[in-house]
Unconditional design. Structure first.
Length: 159
């Protein structure tokens, strides 16, 4: 089976991987701060739509420049996920913020496990680009869910 790391997929030199992962982390912190003070619905709509585009591009754009740009873009955008979801959940359950936060953590861990399983099955059963393309489809579904929830929200209600 072909490799699936930064080196194999994007052709990034092994000596640059740790620096790029540091850049990913810094971009994630920046994304966390950028998303933190914003409306959760709008932020999650932008985040899920942006991640769908980034995932689709990861599947089709080869090379170290594209790999570097997409990795840093992923870090920036994904950095806004947890703070936005947590803010949304706490607003939806202001009387039980601890329960809302613990539910968010449980679902994040479940999603990581399900994504690893689904991505592994896609790569093994179809091809390496199938995993990010499947992820892009799921992110579009997430964007649709956020949008549908936002338009049903009544002004003045929490969440």
């Amino acid at each position: 089976m072909e490799g699936l790391g930064l080196q194999d997929v994007s052709g990034i030199d092994a000596g640059h991987v740790s620096t790029l992962l540091l850049g990913y982390g810094v971009a994630g912190v920046a994304g966390n701060f950028l998303a933190g003070a914003r409306d959760a619905y709008r932020t999650l709509l932008v985040v899920s739509s942006s991640l769908a585009v980034i995932l689709a591009l990861i599947a089709v754009l080869p090379g170290p420049v594209a790999g570097t740009v997409l990795l840093l873009a992923w870090g920036l955008v994904y950095g806004g996920v947890s703070v936005s979801v947590q803010g949304w959940m706490i607003k939806a359950a202001p009387e039980a913020p601890e329960a809302a936060s613990s539910l968010m953590v449980a679902m994040f861990n479940f999603a990581i496990a399900a994504g690893a399983l689904g991505g592994g099955l896609a790569v093994d059963g179809i091809s390496a680009p199938a995993a990010p393309l499947g992820g892009a489809a799921l992110m579009l579904a997430a964007a649709g869910t956020v949008w549908a929830t936002a338009i049903r929200r009544k002004p003045g209600t929490p969440g």
